[in-house]
Design a binder for this molecule. Structure first.
Ligand SMILES: NC(=O)c1ccc[n+]([C@@H]2O[C@H](COP(=O)([O-])OP(=O)(O)OC[C@H]3O[C@@H](n4cnc5c(N)ncnc54)[C@H](OP(=O)(O)O)[C@@H]3O)[C@@H](O)[C@H]2O)c1
Length: 347
């Protein structure tokens, strides 16, 4: 036990709520001694953290599906790590786990906090550490349940997904292909679009940065039979462009609206919403945590696709806890290529 007292836990805390895009001034670096594992609990070492667009929302003092991070609190973050010490037979030293680690190097959890923090063992024979933050982790679960439960894809239908080269988007597009759909991605820049088509097997990908009207023209060209499912990760004008091309009984999955997360004015809502009326279509939001009881089923299915090569998982790994403030912003500039992961330590 005494060995842990000599270790230091580096942390990143929320120092101030941002206006617009977060900067280093919104964060504070702190240190404290590593805590002992509580009675019946565990001490975990963070290996890698998931950097998510949702983090921007958690920095706001606003009502949401989860309370905001308080000023002075360790920033909330999901991650993967390893058990360093255990006072329960349920977890052994050396077990790999996924949990809500927070942006810090160590986490001591009492048994009462196991469920709240989403503590579960992960099997590195099924997927790598970073795949457990991507296709087999929260973004993969979002893509899976958003597409399958809300979208309910039928073979032959046309599925459009924005943020196509990102974490959620790559799962959605590949899964929709596996389910027999025509899949058109929307992503920023030729490199991402080429990867989505050549590596992931999408039927086409529209570069929304190619110029004014690029999305509208691309949808016309690549969705000649209209759009049956739109998996929306970005909101804004792209949502309006897709709404203009939906089919009767289309399903629009509102997963996120990253184009709006740093806005300092009112969020831009859809102007073309009457297309839902005309087409008897529906638009439905999804929060991944609602499906926690069924994650294991989706993981089993997707692990099968990873194994047989029908699904690929691309992660963009940034090094070092201290780079967190700058790394997070990459999500909003589109600098991440694949699931953005912050590597905090090696085993
Ligand atoms: N509802 C839920 O439960 C849930 C769970 C997880 C994620 N989400 C949402 O799903 C979406 C994708 O998350 P992710 O983790 O997979 O992130 P990601 O796609 O891996 O990364 C974010 C990407 O968004 C794109 N982007 C940034 N600003 C944009 C803009 N103004 N217009 C269009 N695209 C923009 C960038 O790609 P380009 O280079 O292509 O622009 C960037 O790489 C987010 O909206 C997130 O909030 C929701």
């Amino acid at each position: 036990m005494s060995t842990f007292a000599t270790l230091t836990n580096h942390q990143i805390r929320l120092a101030a709520r941002p206006v617009g895009t977060p900067t280093r001034a919104n964060w504070q670096s702190t240190t404290e001694p590593v805590a002992q594992p509580p009675e019946g609990g565990v001490l975990l070492k963070t290996l890698a953290l998931s950097l998510d667009p949702a983090m921007r929302g958690w920095m706001n003092d606003a009502k949401s599906y989860i309370p905001p991070v308080g000023i002075g609190e360790v920033m909330r973050a999901g991650g993967v790590g390893v058990v360093m010490a255990s006072n329960t037979p349920d977890y052994c030293v050396g077990d790999h786990v996924s949990a809500g680690f927070g942006v810090q190097e160590y986490l001591a959890l009492a048994p009462l906090d196991f469920k709240r923090s989403g503590l579960v063992k992960i099997d590195l024979n099924v997927g790598t550490l970073t795949q457990w933050l991507n296709v087999l982790g929260m973004p993969g679960m979002t893509g899976y349940f958003g597409l399958m439960d809300v979208g309910q894809p039928q073979a032959g239908e046309t599925v459009v997904v924005s943020g196509a080269a990102g974490a959620v988007g790559q799962t959605v597009g590949q899964l929709a292909k596996i389910k027999g759909c025509r899949v058109v991605g929307i992503a920023g820049g030729p490199a991402k679009c080429e990867w989505v088509v050549k590596e992931l097997g999408f039927d086409a990908c529209i570069d929304y940065k190619a110029g004014p009207g690029a999305v509208r023209a691309g949808l016309k060209e690549h969705c000649p039979k209209g759009v049956d499912i739109y998996f929306d990760n970005v909101g804004g004008e792209i949502l309006d462009d897709v709404l203009a091309r939906i089919n009767r009984k289309a399903r629009i999955i509102i997963c996120g609206a990253i184009s709006q997360y740093n806005t300092t004015t009112a969020v831009q809502g859809p102007k073309n919403y009457l297309s839902l009326l005309v087409n008897r279509a529906r638009m439905e939001g999804i929060v991944v945590f609602d499906y926690a009881d069924r994650y294991h089923l989706a993981v089993a299915e997707m692990a099968g696709y990873l194994k047989d090569g029908r699904m690929k998982s691309k992660e963009d790994v940034v090094q070092g806890l201290e780079t967190f403030p700058e790394a997070l912003v990459k999500l909003f500039t589109g600098e991440n290529f694949g699931k953005l992961v912050l590597q905090v330590a090696s085993e």
